[in-house]
Write a protein that binds this ligand. Structure first.
Ligand code: BGC
Length: 822
């Protein structure tokens, strides 16, 4: 590779004995690789990803930018937005000292039942691939490595460590691998993460797909890092193109791999190649300094000519982009329906009832490893109060969404020791002696490994909670024993126990709640003692949420009260959505319906006020059975830390809801086109083959609630005609028929009814994002390089003859037709 001095790497590799080489191939800890001072190699820090840079801890005192989740980015359809997203994360990684960002997630929205879809971009391989490539280029422009993951087939979470996804050869190449190819080949990602699951037999950390196409046909010269804990064997994984085992320091390579090389069971050149890749990565991110002088590679912006290392004119390396979270959230917001209600006239309605649990407990990011701790979050209620004035905005819960104990809001806690905001956490030994104390501002607390002092027996959390007068259920979500005193009185002594089958991480992200009823007539002093169950087994992990469990005693009365508030207001905004028990990592969804009584809430509010706007706060499709009864529906996804501001911008028309659906939204969730995600006997068969997502809906002739590519924006558009330009681009004449500037995403779909091979009914071949004022505009669409090809055995083939190209505003809203090649 031109960007790295390969001869230097050879010299450095020759300096190391086998033990030292092998030692480098397993992490030093949870989030870092090993240093090797002998060759000037420092440890490299890896961080999740993909919508923020968490760094090495979950500590709110080291906050992270929280961007809208990936499905919102997918909805922008805009490679320029994806590059900006990547640039913002690259700068953030630099600021937080991370060398490697564990993202983007390049798996597909194969089925809306997949629980982790908020982390992925789209159901379409081309849309996913183009956005992922732009994201990678943005991150790497800062000299930070991006890591497309999880290669490949991690499209659902059920039995995720073991499921064998049976995927036909054409689907594998034309759909699932195709989604990865642009990020790897064109953007030149410096790492790829192998997935937990198996594909067609072997688990992905030892699967032949790592060699072909990844390191072979695609020429990937970077590092394949395992998903955390995914490498389970020594020899098969070492012989595969699996290069780095994470996390460390324990692992199945180490001494066992040294022995395997010594005994001739694994070739020494295999180890050398892995070490070379790791050092190449180190050179690229600036972690290799053999001569004690600044490394020649991986400087901010990257060396000239390095893949993905073009200078970033739009954001200098290390420069934060504070507006990114707000603007990207608006750009990804999809207006599904609008009867003329939106945008509100300047100044907005005189009074607005903002209803729903997610209006105040907004989901601004997905759960699981994607979680970061932002410095603050603007909820929809905050955003609307700021924009309209608090006196014009009222709120009512309407229906509960989040179940279990939710963290106390930062502004409601006082640290009894400092008198400032927050709480005090003290690590105590078995005799009760304090080993260390921390003053914290957040009530979601996670400590791992060395963050927990040796000898810790339990944690003691103390705070004064500004409780509104009344009865509250106070407690914790945690795995372990919880003892709670309120105003000096013991109110709770209980165990949080995980039931059923759980993977690692469940103690953090799926912890059960224990709580007690506490009556207060004002602020209450709380002291909570917590002994994590994992301590018994020597597991250094303590995770708990301290807070309140919301109870709605009479759901019908709560809905009626919300509807009454709506009736007395000029307009109503109902924020509906999912909770972290529905969309997170490690499990899939059992239903696509909104949880709790939210459908009844929307219907009651819409009946009470014809100016009802519904905002959907979900990372993936949900069912909207009332969609034709409300004035407008916006999908705000998990909108990042400035979700509420972006929402206010969109409602008031300050910004266009610029998004288009990156994934089909079903009507009932029981349609044939909606694929199941539950394996049978350990295997999940991708029987739909190449007909994924909208291709499946077209094949079955089923009508979804909203099709792929749909989104309205705030102006009208006419498509006047399309032609093939001399340079091969599709030139589309449009008119913005409204009286305000707007955005349109002009989409081009290919079809080939008389093909000699099986084809999708039609497939996305290219698109263009057009921003234009009223009047005529032109879109130029370049068809993707591989748009016409199909996979035949181990080669790509393009059928001779003409294909049909339809151009329009969604996969089912097609307005012009051409033949290509002409
Ligand atoms: C997830 C990865 C993540 C890793 C490290 C795994 O469980 O699947 O996406 O990067 O953990 O947190």
């Amino acid at each position: 590779m031109a960007d790295v001095d390969e001869d230097l790497l050879t010299t450095l590799i020759d300096t190391l004995d086998l033990e030292r080489k092998v030692a480098l191939l397993t992490g030093a800890g949870f989030w870092s690789t090993r240093a090797e001072p002998l060759i000037g190699l420092r440890a490299m820090v890896l961080s999740d990803g993909p919508s923020g840079v968490r760094g090495t801890s979950f500590d709110e005192r080291d906050p992270s930018l929280s961007l809208p989740s990936s499905s919102a980015l997918g909805a922008t359809w805009d490679p320029a937005a994806a590059r900006r997203y990547g640039l913002a994360l690259g700068a953030e990684a630099r600021r937080k000292g991370a060398d490697v960002l564990l993202g983007p997630t390049v798996n597909l929205h194969r089925s809306p039942y997949g629980g982790r879809h908020f982390e992925a971009l789209s159901e379409d391989p081309l849309l996913t691939g183009e956005l992922a490539a732009a994201y990678v280029a943005g991150v790497q422009a800062h000299g930070v490595a991006a890591t497309p993951k999880h290669y490949v087939g991690n499209d659902a979470e059920t039995e995720r460590f073991t499921v064998d996804n049976r995927i036909g050869d054409r689907a594998l190449h034309e759909v699932y691998l195709a989604a990865f190819e642009p990020a790897v080949v064109r953007a030149g990602a410096w790492l790829v993460m192998s997935a937990y699951n198996a594909v067609n037999g072997p688990t992905m950390s030892e699967n032949p797909l790592l060699a072909e196409p990844l390191t072979g046909e695609w020429g990937f010269d970077g590092v394949v890092v395992s998903d955390w804990g995914a490498v389970r064997t020594t020899e098969p994984s070492a012989r595969a193109e699996q290069h780095l085992v994470m996390p460390g320091p324990a692992g199945v390579w180490g001494a066992a791999l040294v022995d395997a090389v010594r005994d001739g069971r694994v070739d020494g050149s295999v180890v050398d190649d892995k070490v070379r890749r790791l050092l190449r990565l180190a050179a690229r991110v600036g972690a290799l300094d053999p001569a004690g002088r600044p490394a020649g590679c991986g400087a901010p912006g990257g060396p000239p000519g390095a893949p993905g290392a073009t200078a970033a004119p739009d954001a200098g390396p290390g420069t934060p982009d504070p507006a990114a979270a707000r603007e990207l959230a608006a750009a990804g917001t999809v207006l599904l329906r609008n009867t003329g209600e939106l945008p509100w006239s300047p100044g907005g309605p005189a009074s607005v009832a903002v209803l729903g649990h997610n209006a105040v407990l907004a989901r601004t990011q997905g759960g699981g490893s994607a979680t970061v701790r932002p410095a603050g979050v603007v909820t929809p209620l905050d955003g609307l109060r700021d924009a309209l004035g608090a006196d014009r905005v009222t709120h009512r819960l309407g229906a509960r969404v989040a179940e279990g104990v939710q963290p106390f809001a930062p502004g409601t806690m006082t640290n009894p020791v400092t008198g400032g905001p927050g709480l005090r956490a003290v690590f105590r030994d078995a005799g009760g002696a304090a080993l260390r104390a921390e003053d914290r501002t957040g009530a979601s607390l996670i400590w791992m490994g060395a963050e927990i002092p040796d000898g810790t027996d339990h944690l003691e959390i103390s705070l004064r909670w500004a409780a509104p007068a009344g009865t509250h259920r106070i407690g914790a979500a945690a795995v372990g024993r919880i003892i709670l005193d309120a105003d000096g009185r013991r109110v709770l002594d209980a165990d949080g126990v995980l039931t059923g089958d759980h993977g690692p991480g469940a103690a953090i992200f799926e912890a059960p709640s224990v709580s007690a009823e506490v009556g207060t007539d004002g602020p209450v002093d709380l002291v909570l003692r917590f002994r994590p169950s994992g301590f018994e087994a020597g597991l250094p992990l303590a995770a708990l949420v301290v807070g309140e469990e919301i109870v709605v005693a009479d759901p019908a009365a709560e809905i009626a009260a919300a509807a009454a508030l709506a009736a007395g207001s000029e307009a109503a905004v109902v924020v509906v959505g999912t909770s972290d028990r529905i969309e997170s990592e490690g499990f899939d969804r059992g239903t696509l319906a909104l949880p709790g009584h939210q459908d009844a809430l929307v219907r009651a509010v819409a009946a009470a006020n014809p100016r009802t706007v519904v905002v959907v706060n979900a990372g993936a499709p949900v069912l909207l059975p009332w969609r034709d009864e409300v004035a407008a529906v916006l999908v705000g996804w998990f909108g990042g830390e400035r979700f509420g501001e972006a929402l206010a911008d969109v409602l008031l028309g300050v910004r266009e809801p610029g998004g288009r659906l990156p994934t089909t939204w079903p009507s009932t969730g029981t349609e044939r086109s909606v694929l199941p995600v539950t394996p049978a006997d350990g295997a999940l068969h991708y029987t739909e083959g190449i007909h994924v997502g909208h291709r499946n809906w077209l094949r079955h002739g089923e009508t979804p609630a909203y099709p792929f590519g749909h989104g309205l924006g705030y102006t009208g558009w006419r498509l006047d005609g399309a032609r093939l330009a001399a340079d091969g681009a599709i030139e589309v004449a449009l008119t913005n028929t409204g009286d305000r500037p707007g955005r349109q995403v002009v989409q081009a779909y290919l079809s080939r009814p008389d093909s000699a091979v099986e084809r999708p009914v039609r497939w996305l071949a290219g698109w263009a994002v057009v921003d234009a004022g009223p009047g005529p505009a032109t879109a130029r669409i370049r068809l993707a390089p591989g748009a016409l090809r199909h996979r035949d055995g181990d080669r790509w083939v393009t059928e001779p003859g003409a294909f049909t190209l339809d151009v329009g505003f969604s996969v089912t809203d097609l307005r012009a037709r051409l033949r290509v090649p002409a």
